[in-house]
Design a protein around this ligand. Structure first.
Ligand code: B12
Ligand SMILES: Nc1nc2c(ncn2[C@@H]2O[C@H](COP(=O)(O)OP(=O)(O)OP(=O)(O)O)[C@@H](O)[C@H]2O)c(=O)[nH]1
Ligand SMILES: [Mg+2]
Length: 405
């Protein structure tokens, strides 16, 4: 069966970031909001980002373009380095543009364009003009591309799955014959509970305890119902994604109210079928009391092999806990932000709620904002147990640089 060609152009996906040794993030934050307001999906990487982190993220996210906001004066060298890394990895088709107020001159732009930068947006350019130009210059219908290899090939397959969400995907069916593997853990919980931060800390444990394995993270964030744009911000917390053994992909919900992108089932399938990953973590959007993003209570098999529910101490009170349906069926429950003064009471209340289920679930207290937190260690080992991950137990605490690779 041949897939039908797409008639509509899906939302643009733009990666934004601020280069290394630059903390000027207020301009890019404004630009991010404008992009989302104009129906664009923004994957924001954060400030003080290296050229390799930017190139890796652009490849895995299969973005339409990269937009850098640079005020540190090093733009000529830095933009050139990002382009070099994209070209050397066979991904030179990803365009790069940027801005930096008065710190980037017209003469600089000419040099940068000779090196491969598309364009610079100068001080005084109205936001609407910037947005109109971005939409005109970088909109595309994603097509399969046999020249893409490694992470970019997988990233493009995911883009195509996003474009075709809801309609049959013959490519995915064909790949079923492959060497499927990967334990899939859904991670859900209220907005801001620390899901992404916890996932990042779990990633660090994976990198140090599963020496040769690869981990995939699928981060779902909400599309804005008014504009259709989105700020896909989970990557900001992903320090350990700067390692070649991590594949990180952000997805917007594009109108789905399930807490996941409509493409999530197909994308999970692609990640499994790739045979690349030992562990696949799927983060839902911040969810409410009635949500069941991974379908653990549905008639069909659940989307994931197991589910981790993450709470922070500010959930309200006992009555709110009773209303959260996922606390009945979660395989693992973590109370994050245990550095908070309210955590002591929260711990007792949540454990009492779990005891009422009668299935001897133990609450995992974690402080994901702290490196080497023993609660995160214990949670990682519980996940490894559930997923039968082959882990190396001996050794020292991982050195940050080793883990980052
Ligand atoms: C705000 C600001 C700060 C704030 C930053 C707050 C923050 N969290 O971002 C604070 C006060 C903290 C700060 C600190 C510093 N700053 Co300062 N800062 C500025 C300032 C006043 C404005 C920059 C800004 O946000 N502009 C708002 C944006 C929206 O407008 P714009 O710059 O005109 O950009 C346009 C386009 O370029 C485009 N654009 C910009 N980025 C992007 C990205 C994309 C993707 C797109 C599409 C478009 C786009 O959008 C605008 C459209 O009109 C500039 C001076 C100036 N007036 O430009 C200095 C300036 C950038 N800072 C400067 C310096 C030196 C510093 C410090 C080193 C000072 C010090 N000695 O401590 C520190 C370094 C901080 C750090 N860690 O990096 C210098 C840089 C000089 C240089 N590189 O040659 C400047 C130029 C001031 C100056 N004249 O000396 N700074
Ligand atoms: N004090 C404290 N702050 C934390 C902890 N874990 C995460 N945070 C902070 O909480 C904020 C939200 O963290 P995220 O990891 O983005 O939360 P999230 O649940 O992924 O948020 P959404 O994806 O928007 O639902 C960030 O500012 C984190 O730095 C923790 O253990 N203690
Ligand atoms: Mg998150």
């Amino acid at each position: 069966m041949v897939a039908k060609p797409l008639r509509t152009i899906p939302p643009l996906r733009i990666l934004t970031a601020v280069p290394i040794c630059d903390g000027h993030d207020s301009a890019v934050t404004t630009i991010n909001v404008e992009l989302a307001r104009h129906g664009i999906e923004v994957i924001y990487l954060g400030y003080h980002q290296s050229a390799s982190a930017i190139a890796r993220a652009a490849i895995q996210e299969d973005v339409n373009a990269i937009g850098l906001s640079s005020y540190n004066g090093g733009h000529i060298v830095f933009f050139r380095e990002v382009i070099k890394q994209l070209r050397e990895s066979g991904n030179g088709d990803i365009p790069l543009f940027g801005g930096g107020g008065g710190t980037i001159t017209k003469a600089d732009e000419r040099v940068m364009q000779r090196q491969g930068t598309d364009r610079i947006f100068f001080a005084g350019t109205p936001f609407n003009a910037i947005m109109a130009l971005i939409k005109k210059a970088y909109a595309r219908v994603a097509k399969p591309n046999r020249a893409f290899t490694a992470d970019r090939a997988l990233a493009r397959a995911i883009t195509l799955a996003e474009c075709r969400a809801g309609s049959p995907n013959p490519a995915a069916k064909r790949s079923r014959k492959g060497r499927a593997k990967g334990f899939v853990l859904g991670v859900a919980g209220p907005g801001g509970a620390g899901k992404s931060t916890l996932i990042d800390e779990l990633t660090s444990r994976f990198l140090s305890r599963v020496p040769r394995g690869r981990i995939a993270i699928l981060a779902n964030d909400p599309s804005h119902p008014d504009s259709g744009g989105a700020i896909l911000g989970d990557r900001v917390s992903a320090i350990y994604a700067q390692n070649d053994r991590v594949f990180f992909r952000s997805l917007a919900t594009r109108g789905s109210l399930t807490g996941l992108s409509p493409a999530a089932p197909a994308v999970i399938d692609l990640l499994r079928q790739s045979g690349e990953f030992d562990l696949i973590l799927v983060e839902s959007v911040g969810i409410g009391q009635e949500s069941d993003p991974f379908g653990i209570y549905g008639k069909k098999p659940a989307l994931t092999d197991a589910m981790l529910f993450v709470l922070a101490p500010h959930y309200g009170g006992r009555i709110q806990l009773q209303k959260i349906a996922l606390l009945n069926g979660a395989d693992l429950v973590a109370l994050n932000k245990c550095d908070h003064p309210m955590a002591h009471t929260a711990r007792a209340e949540i454990q009492a709620r779990l005891d009422q289920n009668g299935n001897a679930r133990r609450l995992h207290p974690t402080t994901a904002a702290r490196h080497y937190d023993p609660g995160v260690d214990a949670l990682f080992y519980a996940i490894a147990d559930l997923g039968n991950l082959v882990i190396s137990t001996g050794g020292e605490k991982p050195c940050m640089m080793e883990v980052l690779g």
